[in-house]
Design a protein around this ligand. Structure first.
Ligand SMILES: Cc1cc2nc3c(=O)[nH]c(=O)nc-3n(C[C@H](O)[C@H](O)[C@H](O)COP(=O)(O)OP(=O)(O)OC[C@H]3O[C@@H](n4cnc5c(N)ncnc54)[C@H](O)[C@@H]3O)c2cc1C
Length: 314
């Protein structure tokens, strides 16, 4: 395990924005993690965690403390029970499961994620969610390894207790129970989901997933419902896709500095030249929030995570 100083974080985020971490370490095992955390504790440094870096906003002003990149990627099978380490990608997890004749997680490769990041935010797509086949989560908490039953983690739409402000757990891995099934069919489904995803979201361009959470609530203004009839349907579920609001507020394609609202899906801010600044992202987010508020009267909140706000003594 190596701890480096002054490491630029831009390559570790799919947004391709980010300055230097004071200290940085790639960990390949629980032992590495424990060693890295000890280093931080001795120096009284806050610690931040990067999984696959697909939902992060990283300041380019530099981050004091230790940033740990999770690269523990082990996977072990015991009949239908699968233990996967936090740094393993969703795509590799699904591919390994299929090699073992196990299915049920075909949506996963359509979402770029590590197991740890996916558990934290209960990532999902096409009706599947990380929590669905998850039985327990192994964490490093208060200097000990603990296994927490999934029922104690309050999973909801894109939420688990790992997102709570005072939570300092490092997710070491997940225990899943998969199903036996036709692997040929499952692989076909994976391809189908990936194709659908590629048709509806930006591909081959730097971005950080959906920047905003979908709006949990209703828009009851009759004039707005008359102008945007889909709102009535969204109101029934009290969940309004924020991409819809941003698009209907006329922001698709809008540019601020080096970033742009994607033409394909308005809840994605893209960094087409890989040269955008953190301030461009902040300015764009402020512009989108103000325009959506002005047009629809609702406040939208970020889904993507500001890494510097996640730095905690662990
Ligand atoms: C093109 C694109 C498409 C996407 N589509 C979807 C989609 O369809 N559905 C969806 O749900 N999401 C989607 N996302 C968002 C992203 O894929 C998910 O949020 C993903 O689960 C983030 O996981 P990560 O490993 O990249 O986490 P990161 O972005 O690295 O980190 C996110 C947060 O998790 C924390 N974290 C990561 N690993 C650990 C750990 N081991 N222990 C403790 N904390 C940890 C980090 O500190 C940070 O707070 C998309 C993103 C992109 C770029």
């Amino acid at each position: 395990m190596e701890i480096q100083e002054n490491v630029i974080l831009k390559p570790f985020s799919t947004f391709k924005i980010g300055g230097a971490a004071q200290y940085f370490s790639k960990i390949k095992s629980t032992e590495d993690l424990v060693e890295a955390l000890r280093f931080a504790q001795e120096k009284d440094l806050p610690v931040g965690i990067i999984g696959a870096g697909c939902n992060l906003i990283i300041t380019d002003e530099g981050i004091p403390g230790l940033v740990i990149k999770m690269e523990n990627q082990g996977i072990a099978f015991d009949s239908q029970v699968v233990r996967a380490e936090a740094g393993l990608s969703f795509a590799a997890f699904t591919a390994r499961a299929h090699q073992q004749g196990l299915t049920g997680v075909e949506w996963m490769p359509s979402v770029p994620s590590s197991i740890g990041g996916g558990i934290r935010g209960n990532a999902g797509a096409f009706g599947g969610e990380t929590k669905d086949l998850l039985k327990a989560v192994q964490v490093y908490r208060n200097d000990r390894i603990e296994e927490i039953d999934v029922t104690d983690l309050e999973f909801q739409y894109r939420y688990s207790t790992f997102k709570a402000k005072d939570n300092t757990d490092v997710i070491l891995g997940g225990v899943f129970e998969l199903q036996e099934g036709s692997v040929d069919d499952a692989r076909g489904e994976v391809r189908e989901f990936i194709q659908k995803k590629q048709a509806n979201q930006p591909t081959g361009v730097a971005c950080s997933g959906c920047i905003f959470q979908n709006y949990e609530g209703q828009i009851l203004d009759e004039n707005l419902i008359a102008e945007f009839p889909e709102l009535a349907m969204f109101n029934e579920k009290s969940l309004i896709p924020t991409g819809y609001l941003i698009e209907r507020a006329g922001l698709k394609g809008t540019k601020v500095g080096g970033v742009q609202v994607s033409d394909k899906h308005a809840n994605y801010i893209i960094n087409p030249g890989n040269d955008a600044r953190y301030q461009d992202v902040l300015d764009m987010i402020a512009k989108i929030k103000a325009t959506v508020k002005d047009r629809f009267g609702v406040d939208i909140k970020e889904e993507a995570v500001y890494l510097h706000q996640q730095m905690k003594n662990r």
